[in-house]
Design a protein around this ligand. Structure first.
Ligand code: ASP
Length: 335
């Protein structure tokens, strides 16, 4: 695909060579993300970061990625502080805000809303999560992480065994990840959730059509015993009608060090898009896994910077200019 000026709304818009291109550019961003070099390639450019749902990682990492390329970030967070609270339409907001920015990242609680916004925008829009629909940049950083984790163990993507665990009905990160995995061949995918929170059937079908072996189950321990990646997700409480309803599912798929030792192969990589729900009653991904070297959750967040820098560099067409506007860092770096 031609990335220049393109919106990034769904994994569906990519083909496999596009993903490889994003990952190659992400690799090239490493000296900048690790603060060995600085580049001013986006000096003067403005990112409009519009987040109408809670977000820490995605919002801040898109912002940092833009800063690391030399650009500036303007933020709008929450409906209350935006004109949308006065009844302004997505169309009007998009027309106005796109006049202030060179690129926009947007998160919104309604499925399809970011695409609707993008239609009216005069600048490229990147989907930072639209309802339970998609979260494409998260899926890209997840696959980028999976590849790095496997490579460190001398393995490739071919034959990958992955379990996705938790609220697969509402989790937009796993929806995007399924679409992404469907671009590859020969994978074994196990989808572990309560029946009521199962992965939407069309996404299961999409992966089966790609030729993957897909198993759907509500049984955790058997499912994590023979996988390379155990990808856990949070119960998406905000998508339920009540907290009580969400509470019915909390703790059903707990992963802690004892369960890991008892059931997983020794090198199984643990991933999670974060935030993990650390409240005692959540019992999701316990803190006692923090010392486990196969816990990749903070490597995921680090990789997110590289992948988001790559998206900006591609969409704003500066990939070949990044190094030309670079120098060594002047400050002490602890990395
Ligand atoms: N941060 C991810 C998202 O925005 C995952 C989550 O919230 O559970 O979808």
């Amino acid at each position: 695909m031609d990335f220049t000026g393109a919106h990034i709304l769904s994994i569906d818009q990519f083909e496999q060579p596009d993903i490889e291109r994003i990952f190659r550019v992400a690799d090239a961003m490493e000296p900048y993300a690790s603060r060995r070099r600085v580049t001013r390639v986006l000096e003067g450019a403005i990112l409009g970061n519009m987040f109408f749902e809670p977000s820490t990682r995605t919002r801040v990492s898109f912002g940092c990625a833009f800063n690391l390329l030399g650009g500036e970030v303007r933020e709008t967070t929450g409906f209350e502080s935006s004109a949308i609270a006065k009844g302004e339409s997505l169309y009007d907001t998009a027309r106005v805000l796109s006049g202030y920015s060179d690129v926009i990242c947007m998160r919104h609680p309604q499925n399809g809303s970011v695409a609707e916004f993008a239609e009216a925008s005069r600048v490229p829009v990147i989907n930072g999560g639209d309802g339970s629909n998609e979260h494409p940049s998260q899926a890209l950083l997840d696959l980028y992480t999976i590849r790095k984790e496997l490579a460190a163990k001398g393995k490739g993507l071919n034959g990958l065994r992955i379990a996705m665990i938790g609220d697969l009905k509402h989790g937009r990160t796993v929806h995007s990840l399924c679409r992404l995995l469907a671009l590859y061949q020969n994978l074994q995918v196990t989808l572990v959730s309560p029946t009521e929170l199962a992965m939407p059937e069309y996404l299961v079908e999409l992966m089966r059509k790609a030729g993957h072996q897909v198993q759907v189950t509500d049984e955790l321990t058997a499912s994590i015993s023979k996988v390379d990646i155990a990808y856990s997700t949070r119960i998406q409480e905000e998508r339920f009608t009540s907290k009580q309803e969400a509470d019915l599912y909390r703790g059903r798929f707990r992963l802690n060090q004892q369960i890991y030792t008892q059931f997983c192969e020794p090198n199984t990589v643990i991933m999670h898009p974060l935030p993990r729900d650390s409240r005692a009653e959540a019992n999701e991904l316990d803190n006692d896994l923090n010392a486990n070297p196969n816990l990749a959750i903070f490597r995921q967040t680090d990789n997110g910077i590289l992948v988001r820098m790559a998206l900006f560099a591609l969409v704003l067409d500066v990939v070949d200019l990044v190094d030309k506007h670079a120098r060594e860092v002047r400050w002490h770096s602890s990395r």
